[in-house]
Ligand binder design. Structure first.
Ligand code: FAD
Length: 296
């Protein structure tokens, strides 16, 4: 059921929205349309991803600096260290700094062969996100977010390694961890409990992936090691050619997820938008956010 909390109670929530850098003019038009719709909802920041192996480096920088200029909303640039030397990565960080970017989502990235493949650090590169965070810190006083994994990173041998790694990233200077997408809230709550028991004190922001397109999201989730409960898969069964019903089911599923989280005390959300606004806009509204409400 929907949250019964008042707008005033919900005003304490922090929302952020993740985008990917558009490749074509048509995609860029949709990027700005989506941003124009979501920016007035007072997000804490919006972020722009960094394509595998740095392929979007120029576009990420351009979009992030343009977002701040065009909308006044704070923007964060993602950055990965896979496949690059420290010098190359540091140059990107200095480029961010010169472009006036003050927020970074710092990640290791995945080898070009895919997520499950063993990670080989560049011989002169940062070997992990923790090392990357420390490197960024030497260049400027950025606000840094890092990634964490309610179902464990596929390469973490056990929970101990998962949290030791997360602690290293926070100790190196990250302010918060944003979770990989998850579809079963119990996984999130269990992860937060375990993290607190392991001595992680930083905020653990719930990463929410609305199911814009079940087939696409299921494939993406599988690659990231995020499971989709069978009851969710069943709700979408047979809706491939029925976009209207698919959209309504997706809204209901995501609404239930965020409502339960907020009613159980979660106050920080990061939405993976896939550069699309309708579902995320509706969810933000269910979380009390409206363009005209100032968050004072
Ligand atoms: P790390 O924190 O370095 O950890 C990865 C694994 O290595 C963990 O299992 C850890 O336990 C292990 N490990 C780390 N250090 C050591 C060590 N010293 N010894 C042994 N094991 C170690 N990818 C992109 O390409 N571009 C993006 O923009 C992007 N944005 C993302 C945003 C979010 C919010 C999330 C959750 C993920 C994002 N990713 C992105 C995906 C990310 O790059 C992958 O999940 C990647 O596999 C791991 O990155 P990490 O920063 O978590 O790595």
């Amino acid at each position: 059921r929907l949250s019964r909390q008042s707008d005033k109670e919900l005003a304490k929530l922090d929302l952020s929205f993740e985008f990917f850098p558009p490749k074509t003019d048509k995609m860029e038009a949709r990027f700005w349309e989506t941003l124009d719709r979501l920016a007035p909802l007072s997000p804490r920041f919006v972020s722009v991803t960094y394509g595998a192996g740095g392929t979007t480096r120029g576009r990420t920088t351009r979009m992030v600096s343009q977002i701040e200029k065009q909308t006044g909303v704070k923007a964060a640039a993602h950055l990965t260290c896979v496949g690059a030397s420290k010098d190359e990565v540091n140059d990107v960080v200095r480029g961010y700094k010169d472009a006036g970017i003050s927020r970074i989502v710092a990640l290791r990235g995945d080898p070009p062969e895919g997520v499950g493949q063993p990670f080989q650090p560049h011989p002169e590169g940062y070997r992990s996100a923790a090392e990357l965070v420390a490197g960024i810190r030497t260049i400027g006083s950025f606000d840094i977010s890092v990634a964490c994994y309610p179902e464990k990173h596929p390469q973490s041998p056990d929970w101990y390694a998962e949290f030791e790694n997360l602690k290293r990233k926070i100790d190196a200077g990250a302010s918060r961890a944003i979770t990989q997408m998850f579809f079963d809230n119990e996984l999130y709550f269990r992860y937060v409990d375990r993290a607190r028991n392991a001595g992680v004190e930083a905020p653990i922001v719930a990463g929410i992936q609305p199911i814009h397109n079940f087939k696409q999201i299921a494939s993406f989730a599988g690659k990231c090691g995020s499971s989709i409960p069978s009851w969710i898969a069943e709700r979408f069964e047979g809706l491939e050619d029925d976009p209207e019903t698919h959209a309504l089911v997706a809204a209901a599923v995501a609404a239930e997820q965020v409502t339960e989280l907020v009613d159980r005390g979660v106050t920080e959300f990061h939405f993976y938008t896939m550069n699309r606004s309708p579902l995320v806009y509706a969810l933000a509204r269910l979380l009390g956010r409206r363009p005209e409400i100032s968050r004072g």
